[in-house]
Design a protein around this ligand. Structure first.
Ligand SMILES: [Zn+2]
Length: 268
């Protein structure tokens, strides 16, 4: 039997073993009056049987996944997608599951920087809000996770984006494809201006094999300006362009690119 990664057993527990909401359970400082209706204290006195409670919890939670419906409804899902240019005539649409605000922002940071696996169920709930793009299936599409440098991976022993991408792959039933390498050893993107970021990202990626499908679904955990996804898309677009094809005519490229991310921007 394949050995489960440590986070997988936690996810399994959150999914099947733990019927509590992954958000209001974690943030117990919520005032009692703000607790959602499915909390035991809100259940009418004649409804106190264990199975009634359990059924209420399960019903509330599975409507929307790993959160109770109150927590689910408190988060804005699927903000309007935005476009970045790949070349003069082509753009890349980026769809985020939600805004980069509380509680997703804190969860992503804890997961990414402190390897806090207890935040994974909430992030998985967010991932599941991303609808599978129309017409995409396992035979015509692949998910391309934002690659990390091998060095970075070795140093940390942990690649948060690939963990999330694997969950998205499971959710959409579309395979992952690792045919792009990150070849640079650039400094962190944080604190750079947009122009510096873009310059930094030029030549950051290289195609190592021909994509096995024509629809490439790019994925990153967070898109701030979209510069990393834009650079990845540009590499894929230019390096898959048929010989003699026009760079600026999207009809000359048989590959269709779209990007997805857990979070983008802020609504405040
Ligand atoms: Zn909740």
């Amino acid at each position: 039997m394949r050995r489960l990664a440590p986070y997988q057993s936690g996810l399994w527990l959150a999914e099947y073993g733990d019927v509590r909401c992954q958000l209001c359970r974690i943030y117990r400082s919520t005032p009692q009056s703000h607790l959602p209706q499915n909390q035991p204290s809100a259940i009418p006195p004649n409804n106190h049987s264990f199975f009634t409670k359990l059924r209420q919890h399960v019903n509330n939670r599975f409507d929307s996944g790993l959160l109770c419906s109150d927590c689910h409804n408190s988060i804005v899902w699927l903000p309007k997608s935005f476009d970045v240019d790949i070349t003069a005539g082509t753009s890349l649409s980026i769809q985020a599951a939600t805004y980069y605000d509380y509680p997703i922002r804190q969860a992503i940071r804890a997961f990414k920087h402190h390897e806090d696996m207890t935040k994974l169920p909430l992030l998985l709930h967010a991932l599941r809000q991303l609808p599978r793009p129309q017409g995409c299936h396992r035979d015509n599409s692949v998910i391309v996770a934002m690659p990390t440098t091998n060095q970075r991976l070795v140093k940390r022993g942990f690649d948060p984006v690939s963990i999330l991408a694997a969950q998205l792959s499971k959710h959409w039933q579309i395979p992952l494809w690792n045919g792009v390498e990150r070849i640079d050893n650039t400094v962190s993107q944080q604190g750079l201006t947009r122009a510096e970021r873009l310059g930094n990202l030029d030549n950051a990626f290289a195609l190592v094999e021909t994509p096995p499908a024509k629809r490439l679904l790019l994925f990153d955990d967070v898109a701030t300006t979209g510069a990393s996804l834009q650079a990845l898309a540009r590499t894929l677009y230019l390096q898959t362009l048929p010989l003699g094809a026009s760079v600026s005519s999207s009809s000359d490229n048989p590959y269709k690119l779209q990007a997805f991310t857990l979070a983008h921007g802020s609504q405040y």
